[in-house]
Design a protein around this ligand. Structure first.
Ligand code: ZN
Length: 360
C-alpha cells in the first residue's frame, strides 16, 4: 500500500504558522509543527480505520492520499467489482463509518486521560485548536475530524454513506456522480460562507473541492471503463503464431512486430498465448523447440461487446498481459495490457475535448 501526502498539507503548515503569528505577534515554530503533527497523526489513524475495515471486508487499500481534512483512501476497486454482491452497500457504509469512529475513540480516550490526570484542564475553553494548548487541541482536532467527515458531502465519509444508499437504486458510476455533485455544492457553500464568517471554513471548502475533484476524475475513469466496448479499442492488425512454429521462427516474427504477446492459432482455433519474453527464455534455457511446448494454454477470452472494465478485471485477476477477443468462437482481435492503458488515456482525453467543445 502506498501513502501519499497531498501538497495541501504544506499549505496547512503555512496557515497554522500564520494564524499563530497573527494571534500572538510571534511564531513558535516548534508548537506550530507539533500541532500540524497532531492533525497529521489523527488523519493517518482515521484512514487506517477505513483501510483496516476494508481489508477485513476483502477490499485492500491501494493508496491513502492524506488531505488535512481527513484524506482519501483509494480502495482497490478492481477487486471490489470482482464480487458484486447485493449487500455491498452495507459494507461500504461500515468502511465509511470506521474513520470517524476512530477519531471519536481517540477524542474520548484523550479527554478521559486528560481529565483524570489534570482535572483543571478546561476542555471546553476556546480556542479549541491552538498550538498553545496541545493536549486540548488533540481532543478537539479529533472531534472536528469526526464531525466534519460525517457531513453528507462526498468524498467525505458522510457522503460515502450517501453514495452507498444511492447505489441501492443506481449503478455505481451514477451513484458516485450524484454524490460528487452534492459534495461540490457543499464545498462551494463552505467557501462562500467562509468568506463572510471564518477563513478556516473557506480553507476547508477549498480542500473539500479538491478532494471531490480527485474522486470525480476516478469516476470519469470508471465510466470510460464501463461504457467502452472492447471492439472500440482492440487491436485488429496483429501477428499470430502457429503451435507448429519453432521458437526461432517465432522470435523472427516477434522481431518484426511491436507486440509483446502473441495468440497461437491452429486453423481457426485459438490454442494458446505466448509472450516475446517467454520465447526468449525458452530459447535460452532449452534451445530451439516448438511453440506448442512452451505456450500458455490457460487463457481467458473476451467477447467483443464486453466492457473495458471487464477485460481489465480479467487481465489483473489472472495476471495476464493479453486477452484474445472473439466473436462466435472466431478470433477478431486482441487486447493487451499495454494497449488498454494507451486507449484509456486517449479516451479520457477525447471525452475531455468533447466536453470542452460542448461548453464553448
Ligand atoms: Zn474518512
Amino acid at each position: 500500500m502506498e501513502l501519499r501526502v497531498h501538497l495541501t498539507f504544506v499549505f496547512l503548515l503555512v496557515f497554522v504558522l500564520l494564524t499563530e503569528w497573527a494571534a500572538r505577534g510571534g511564531i513558535n515554530p516548534e508548537r506550530g509543527f507539533a500541532l500540524v503533527g497532531i492533525i497529521f497523526g489523527s488523519v493517518v489513524l482515521h484512514e487506517l480505520g477505513h483501510s483496516l475495515v476494508g481489508l477485513h471486508s476483502g477490499i485492500p487499500a491501494k493508496a491513502i492520499v492524506l488531505l488535512p481534512i481527513g484524506g482519501v483512501t483509494l480502495l482497490d476497486e478492481t477487486r471490489q467489482r470482482l464480487e458484486p454482491s447485493a449487500g455491498s452497500w452495507k459494507r461500504d457504509i461500515r468502511i465509511a463509518l470506521a474513520g470517524p469512529l476512530v477519531n471519536l475513540l481517540i477524542a474520548f480516550l484523550a479527554s478521559s486521560i486528560l481529565l483524570a490526570v489534570s482535572p483543571e484542564i478546561q476542555l471546553w475553553a476556546k480556542p479549541w485548536v491552538f498550538s498553545a494548548n496541545l493536549p486540548r487541541s488533540l481532543v478537539w482536532v479529533n472531534i472536528w475530524l469526526a464531525v466534519f467527515n460525517l457531513l453528507p458531502a462526498y468524498p467525505l465519509d458522510g457522503g460515502r454513506v450517501l453514495r452507498a444508499l444511492f447505489s441501492r437504486k443506481l449503478d455505481p458510476v451514477r451513484a458516485t456522480r450524484r454524490a460528487v455533485s452534492i459534495g461540490q455544492t457543499f464545498a462551494t457553500i463552505l467557501m462562500l460562507t467562509g468568506m463572510l464568517v471564518n477563513v478556516w471554513l473557506t480553507l476547508i471548502g477549498f480542500f473539500l473541492f479538491i478532494a471531490a475533484q480527485l474522486e470525480d476524475r476516478s469516476a470519469v475513469f470508471q465510466s470510460v471503463l464501463e461504457t467502452v466496448h472492447l471492439e472500440d479499442v482492440m487491436l485488429t492488425d496483429f501477428a499470430t503464431l502457429s503451435p507448429a512454429d519453432t521458437l526461432e521462427d517465432a522470435l523472427e516474427k516477434a522481431v518484426h512486430s511491436l507486440q509483446d504477446d502473441f495468440p497461437v492459432i491452429r486453423g481457426s482455433d485459438m490454442v494458446g498465448v505466448i509472450s516475446r519474453q517467454r520465447i526468449l527464455d525458452a530459447l535460452r534455457a532449452e534451445g530451439n523447440g516448438y511453440v506448442q511446448a512452451v505456450m500458455n494454454r490457460i487463457f481467458e477470452v473476451a467477447q467483443k461487446k464486453e466492457s473495458l472494465a471487464s477485460a481489465f478485471r480479467k487481465l489483473t485477476a489472472r495476471n495476464l498481459s493479453i486477452i484474445p477477443v472473439v466473436e462466435d468462437q472466431r478470433l477478431v482481435g486482441i487486447v493487451t495490457l499495454q494497449n488498454l492503458m494507451h486507449s484509456m488515456a486517449l479516451l479520457a482525453e477525447s471525452r475531455k475535448l468533447r466536453k470542452a467543445a460542448l461548453n464553448s
